[in-house]
Write a protein that binds this ligand. Structure first.
Ligand code: GRF
Length: 196
């Protein structure tokens, strides 16, 4: 059984999908803890599934490094096999990445390396492309630059807004995330030598 810690900032719909999946005894992973960098609404999903949760508010620390150390201390206590960044809207400081790498993955609402960063959906729309996508990557010290684990295209439709496009990308992200976590658990994806 793969023990997963999930970090969020927002509504946590991808987290919820993973929690629903892990309720299936045949699924080879479980969520051992959910963490957030703020009082995120998505923490309620952890409560709904009786999963432990914690919040390490970014704004309570004067530097990213201090925040990162407090976050790492929480994570260490749960001894996760894998950390999933599922809408965590903060860059992890390098010391946290190096402590837990290569066992950190991130979901991203664009077809990386296209449109990295915090506004992947908005940037794709602004660029006028007719397709974007969803990606799951391994986390390194860059901004969405780590090795790709899975990705899929999503069409941009005439009249799309950031909200409508993101709403079509998220179900793809969820499906990819659930599949990647399963493949990590079964050894089909080896994070020490990542391959898609
Ligand atoms: C996802 O699209 C994630 O990739 C992005 O933020 C969104 C989080 O959505 N970074 P949710 O909190 O899982 O609903």
């Amino acid at each position: 059984m793969l023990n997963v810690a999930v970090l969020i900032s927002g509504t946590g719909s991808n987290l919820r999908a993973l929690l629903e999946q892990t309720a299936d005894p045949a699924y080879p992973a479980r969520v051992v803890v959910v963490g957030a960098d703020r009082d995120a609404p998505g923490l309620q999903h952890a409560a709904d599934f009786s999963a432990p949760s914690f919040s390490v508010p970014y704004t309570a620390f004067s530097t990213r490094e201090e925040w990162g150390e407090a976050l790492a201390e929480q994570l260490r206590a749960w001894e996760p096999d894998l950390i999933v960044l599922s809408g965590l809207m903060r860059l992890l400081p390098p010391q946290v990445v190096s402590e837990f790498a290569p066992r950190i993955i991130n979901t991203h609402p664009a077809y990386l390396p296209e449109f990295p960063g915090a506004h992947g959906v908005r940037d794709a729309l602004a660029a006028g492309v007719d397709q974007t996508g969803a990606s799951i990557i391994q986390v390194d010290d860059g901004v969405d630059t780590g090795p790709l684990l899975a990705q899929e295209r999503v069409a941009v439709l005439p009249g799309d807004t950031e909200e409508s496009l993101h709403a079509r990308i998220k179900p793809v992200e969820r499906r990819l995330l659930i599949d990647v976590v399963r493949r990590i658990a079964t050894g089909d994806i080896d994070l020490t030598g990542a391959r898609a």
